[in-house]
Design a protein around this ligand. Structure first.
Ligand code: SF4
Length: 103
């Protein structure tokens, strides 16, 4: 049994024929994944950006460095949900969430 041939559809010429100007389009980033998990990651106890202005995870008391083969940034408040993967990492530069506390 052979695999069916793959069909490649190029959208740009089709959209151009329909009069869509791609140079002015910005791709929307999905806010949720296939299972409704926020694309920002599962390591944040509250949505980033809901905390004090101009503060980030880097200046927060709860930011933790988990040292394994490498060093992974995690939020201590989400320790119960930590996995061995990147899904529960946080970024030091993320805007502070509403549970931010000064380090
Ligand atoms: S601001 Fe603090 S509490 Fe909020 S996700 Fe970052 S490290 Fe965790």
């Amino acid at each position: 049994m052979t695999a069916a041939p793959r069909t490649v559809v190029r959208l740009a010429p089709i959209l151009a024929a329909l009069g869509v100007d791609l140079s002015r389009q910005r791709l929307a980033r999905p806010r949720t994944g296939a299972r409704g998990v926020k694309a920002i990651g599962r390591g944040y106890p509250a949505p980033p950006g809901t905390g004090p202005a101009r503060e980030t995870c880097k200046s927060c008391h709860h930011l933790t460095r988990k040292r394994m083969a490498g060093t992974y940034l995690k939020c201590e408040l989400m320790r119960h949900a930590w996995t061995g993967g990147h899904g529960t990492d946080v970024k030091a530069g993320s805007p502070a969430c509403r549970l931010w506390e000064r380090a």
